[in-house]
Ligand binder design. Structure first.
Ligand SMILES: [Zn+2]
Length: 342
């Protein structure tokens, strides 16, 4: 038996850190936070233990809690006071995200990123303007009480090109309120180019775009939709988000976003798509982000509540694996807990 090579030699305490290939740092992490115009007090999110929707008046205390753990970046999601068919509150100067942002950038030094999408702002819950056919079905559903029955028809919903202009307006309003990076998540074809053009024309040439480049139509988003009240009222997002079966397609999406001027490329979700994170990292020299989504968080929390998993250990291992796969930045609901343990 030839045992010249014994990998165990390098696993001893004192040595293992020296040869460790991947280090997780608080500066890699981005904490999502929810600002809610419909409430005056903090509301716990049941399916995401430890997370809350906060009113604008609590935005600063919330950011301070996050920064106290060592996390220096947040991504803001908003729940507007009212919704309509075009999601007009998404780019309102006195919108919930815009108001929170002004306070946050005036009073803290956290790096503030904003989610640019319409699904939390439209009454139908889709990430854009409905096309004519979908609008008819939606209006019919409201008056007759029935929802479109033809599944193939119901999956076609959003007018891609009409949505682009609105995404530009949202990004511009966020930048004007102090956003330091914008993150379009609607998976609209051409969104990065449209937003870049609007930002450049309005004097925000220095605001980078973190594109949700490979965004899958995933069942792991469930708890987030409770948190942000953004579930579609009918149909689904299959024609604008990616098929979980595809990875080559993710590379095409990434190439398109790079061409259009994306600064950071995101893969979402993270853990079920680590192969995609790795391939995107190999494809591009630009920073790669991965979104460790609400379902990935909730399932570990649920198992921990039952005493089946050690939450600190599995949270750390999850984020380490995402970084090992090639992510430079990680958006995660574990940000605060993991940062504190580092
Ligand atoms: Zn959306």
């Amino acid at each position: 038996m030839d045992l010249t090579h014994r990998p165990r030699r390098l696993r001893r305490d004192g040595l293992r850190d020296l040869v460790s290939e991947t280090q997780l740092q608080a500066s890699d992490l981005i904490a999502p936070m929810f600002v809610d115009a419909t409430t005056d007090e903090r509301e716990p999110i049941e399916s995401m233990p430890g997370h809350e929707r906060v009113p604008v008046s609590e935005a600063i205390p919330r950011v301070e809690e996050i920064q106290a753990t060592g996390v220096e970046s947040v991504i803001l999601f908003g729940i507007p006071g009212s919704k309509d068919s075009r999601g007009t509150r998404a780019w309102a100067e006195d919108g919930v995200v815009q108001r929170a942002l002004r306070r946050i950038t005036d009073e803290t030094d956290v790096f503030a990123i904003t989610d640019v999408c319409l699904c939390e702002y439209t009454d139908h819950g889709h990430c854009g303007v409905l096309d004519d056919g979908a609008r008819e079905r939606w209006e019919g559903a409201q008056t007759d009480g029935g929802v479109a029955t033809n599944e193939r028809e119901a999956s076609l919903t959003v007018d891609n090109d009409e949505t682009l202009e609105l995404l530009g307006k949202i990004a511009e309003s966020h930048a004007a309120a102090g956003a330091e990076m914008v993150a379009p998540s609607s998976a609209t074809d051409g969104m990065v180019g449209a937003i870049r053009e609007t930002l450049d024309e309005t004097g925000h040439t220095d605001v980078p775009i973190m594109s949700y480049a490979a965004k899958y139509e995933s069942a792991f988003y469930g708890p987030f939709r409770d948190a942000a009240d953004g579930a579609p009222a009918f149909g689904d997002r299959r024609h604008y988000q990616m098929d979980p079966a595809n990875a080559d397609e993710a590379l095409r999406e990434v190439d398109l976003d790079v061409e259009q001027g994306a600064d950071v490329l995101m893969v979402k979700p993270a853990l079920p798509y680590l192969d995609v994170v790795q391939r995107v990292g190999e494809r591009t020299d630009q920073p790669v982000a991965a979104y460790n989504v609400s379902g990935e968080y909730a399932m570990l929390q649920a198992a921990a509540e039952k005493g089946w998993l050690d939450i600190d250990a599995v949270a750390h291992e999850s984020l380490l694996s995402i970084k090992r796969a090639g992510a430079d930045l990680i958006l995660t609901y574990f940000a605060e807990d993991v940062a504190e343990s580092l």
